[in-house]
Design a protein around this ligand. Structure first.
Ligand code: SF4
Length: 199
């Protein structure tokens, strides 16, 4: 997605990952979409983590008679909502669906962080727009640690992500850099620090 110049009137289709980054710090959207800063190269450790993650999702098969049904690698896009995402898993039980994010790392964060939650709410919006299922909760499955975290999603959460998508669009259209995050500690782990410096 990054690295492209956008026509001022063209509505951007953001990824659910972009929503996660915007929630972490709105400035990241500016660096990715206005300055076209590409993500820093992945380290060997990150590559291995991604390979393991992809293998776990690819090898997954839901038993045919199992209930609820679980589907892996669900690619969803809705231009009206302005979102695209690849869901690790989607559990479907009647009219309810639960997006599930798979984590293969050794550390986990409880409760689910706000930025990770926002990414899952973006996936929820896509499920509702593309499939007509209702999403009332989302999960993060730490496979290696055998730990599953769940968080309820309400209408306010969905409206908040829709509003965030509008603000993200505005950042790209106006090319105005947002203020740095109030939580300075976040900058320590930020891949965009050398472009930002909080100035
Ligand atoms: S360095 Fe800090 S203020 Fe700058 S983009 Fe990253 S998190 Fe935001």
């Amino acid at each position: 997605m990054s690295g492209m110049k956008h026509h001022p009137l063209e509505k951007i289709v953001f990824t659910a990952e972009d929503v996660r980054q915007y929630t972490y710090c709105p400035r990241i959207i500016y660096f990715r979409y206005v300055m076209n800063v590409n993500m820093p190269p992945r380290t060997y450790k990150m590559e291995k983590g991604i390979e393991k993650h992809e293998k776990d999702v690819r090898n997954f098969k839901s038993p045919p008679e199992s209930s609820p049904q679980k589907y892996a690698n669900i690619y969803l896009k809705d231009e009206r909502v302005g979102l695209i995402a690849l869901l690790d898993f989607l559990e479907v039980d009647g009219d309810e669906a639960i997006p599930i994010d798979l984590k293969t790392g050794k550390r986990y964060q409880e409760p689910i962080s706000d930025h990770h939650f926002a990414q899952l709410v973006a996936q929820a919006l896509l499920v509702e727009a593309c499939m007509g299922q209702i999403v009332r909760r989302v999960r993060v499955d730490y496979t290696r640690l055998k730990k599953v975290l769940e968080r309820q999603v309400d209408v306010d959460d969905k409206f908040r992500v829709l509003r965030d998508l509008e603000r993200m669009q505005e950042i790209v259209e106006t090319e105005i850099i947002p203020s740095p995050t109030n939580i300075e500690g976040k900058c320590t782990d930020c891949e965009f620090w050398r472009y930002c410096l909080r100035v």
